[in-house]
Design a protein around this ligand. Structure first.
Ligand code: RB5
Length: 144
């Protein structure tokens, strides 16, 4: 599975940690920034970068990290085809995939600890969309 990963300045350390965590599992990770030398960054720019990789099918899923996860999710969800979920517990991460077919996990580095962040990444990656009634509901979101 290919993963696109990005953060703003608030998520910088978690981005590094998550990138290393996934690389250790031999998962392909594209780190889309922010660059190490950049002091501050506006999260919508990074949400768009990750969304673009998914829409172009260069990545299957994305992980976005900011202070709370909220700004990243709001920005990413503006892009058609993106289903970003802010998750703060493992069941949210699992069900975001199983029920909502989320293709972006949004995390808040200022609101969850590092061990939980990695557990959420693992739960999100391990889960699969269940389809069926959940697909019908996703179709309704898209106006179908
Ligand atoms: C940056 O200070 C902060 O606003 C941002 O990381 C994020 O939490 C926004 O949702």
């Amino acid at each position: 599975m290919n993963i696109a990963l990005a953060s703003d300045h608030a998520g910088r350390e978690y981005k590094k940690m998550i990138g290393e965590h996934l690389a250790a599992k031999n998962i392909d990770v594209a780190d889309l920034g922010l660059p190490e030398e950049q002091i501050k960054a506006d999260y919508p720019n990074y949400a768009r970068k990750v969304a673009a990789e998914i829409i172009a099918e260069r990545a299957e899923v994305g992980i976005l990290i900011c202070g709370t996860g909220t700004g990243m999710a709001i920005a990413a969800n503006k892009i058609r085809g993106i289903r970003a979920a802010v998750c703060t517990c493992e069941i949210m991460a699992r069900l975001a995939r199983c029920h909502n077919n989320a293709n972006v996990l949004a995390l808040g580095a200022r609101v969850i600890g590092p061990e939980l962040a990695l557990a959420l990444v693992d739960a999100f990656m391990a889960a699969e969309f269940e389809g069926g009634r959940h697909q019908q509901r996703l179709d309704l979101i898209e106006g179908g």
